[in-house]
Write a protein that binds this ligand. Structure first.
Ligand code: NAP
Length: 287
């Protein structure tokens, strides 16, 4: 039996059409949500992501401001710009496209973003709020994966979710969100011994590593739900971290690459920008 394909493109389109109506409501209160995107250098993948984010924002009526810097920009200049954007009432969300050049300390940049404008959900205050289950701007990729799993009515409570990859932007926050849904969570990384033993235990397997076809069908329990976050570029093609063709015959649900997690990530960025705009407008009204 072949797995059900979790179509992130389709679900993201539904999310965007709902968000478009919400943005229109805000417009009637004379507010247009604004998203500032800071792009340093001209990393080809970053250029592609930024273009996709700008296009999606425009589709639903969010105004985006692209601010470009050369690879040589100083950390001080970048921080100064972030501080200006924190004060700018037209900007409700600030996104700093990663990676940044080596001479810039990423966490310092993230820490400088006003947590209310941190639409990537990477600021320690948002991460802490997520940990304790308070309302927060949630990291877009894990938040998008959770929405996709919910859309396909994947049962999470009590299930064993195994996450491969423990990055700050995907693996770790994914673990928190799944724990908040009462899943039993294991997190694997480069030092995990016998990865296959771990992945074969997963009812839900989420892979965010960045290594083409790291996960093969013999590493997947029959009937598992498989979410592939990886994006690996080879010439003009994109591959995931999972060997989709063989795994689709044994999994119950699987995400494709492309067309799975990527579009969900973008739609959650738009969701966060709208949420940030609403929060900031509400606060202004109570001052
Ligand atoms: P990252 O920061 O490089 O993290 C990769 C993680 O994988 C690290 O925890 C690393 O462990 C672990 N790892 C590396 N090799 C491993 C192995 N052989 N076995 C087990 N674990 C291993 O990457 P990321 O930012 O999380 O992104 C991961 C992938 O997802 C990339 O391909 C990225 O392009 C993609 N991505 C996609 C989206 C989307 O929207 N679709 C969003 C974000 C990221 P150590 O740190 O201990 O080395």
């Amino acid at each position: 039996m072949s797995a059900t394909i979790m179509n992130g493109k389709e679900v993201a389109a539904q999310v965007k059409s709902e968000l478009k109506q919400e943005v229109a409501k805000l417009n009637r209160e004379y507010v247009q949500p604004g998203l500032a995107v800071l792009l340093v250098g001209n990393h080809p993948a970053s250029e592609t992501y930024v273009k996709a984010k700008e296009k999606a924002a425009a589709e639903i009526g969010i105004r985006s401001f692209l601010i470009r810097y050369p690879e040589t920009v100083s950390q001080a200049e970048l921080l100064h710009r972030v501080e200006q954007l924190n004060q700018d009432p037209q900007v409700h969300g600030i996104l700093v496209q990663l990676p940044l050049p080596k001479h810039i300390h990423v966490q310092t940049v993230i820490d400088t973003i006003d947590p209310q404008k941190d639409v990537d959900g990477f600021h320690p205050l948002n991460i802490g709020s997520m940990q304790v289950g308070k309302e927060a701007l949630l990291p877009c990729t894990p938040f998008g994966i959770l929405q996709l799993l919910k859309q396909y009515k994947v049962d999470l409570q009590g299930k064993h979710a195994v996450i491969v990859g423990h990055s700050h932007i995907v693996g770790r926050p994914m673990a928190t969100l799944l724990l908040n849904e009462n899943a039993t969570v294991s997190v694997c990384h480069i030092y995990t011994q016998n990865l296959k033993e771990m992945t074969r235990m997963a009812d839900i397997l989420i892979v965010a590593v960045g290594k083409k076809h790291l996960i093969t069908s013999d590493m997947v329990k029959p009937g598992a739900v498989v979410v592939d976050v990886g994006i690996n570029r080879e010439e003009k093609r994109i591959f995931g971290d999972c060997d989709f063709e063989s795994i689709k015959d044994i999994a119950s649900y699987i995400t494709p690459v492309p067309g799975g997690v990527g579009p969900m990530t973008i739609s959650m960025l738009l969701h966060n920008t709208l949420l940030a705009a609403r929060t900031q407008v509400k606060e202004l009204a109570t001052v």
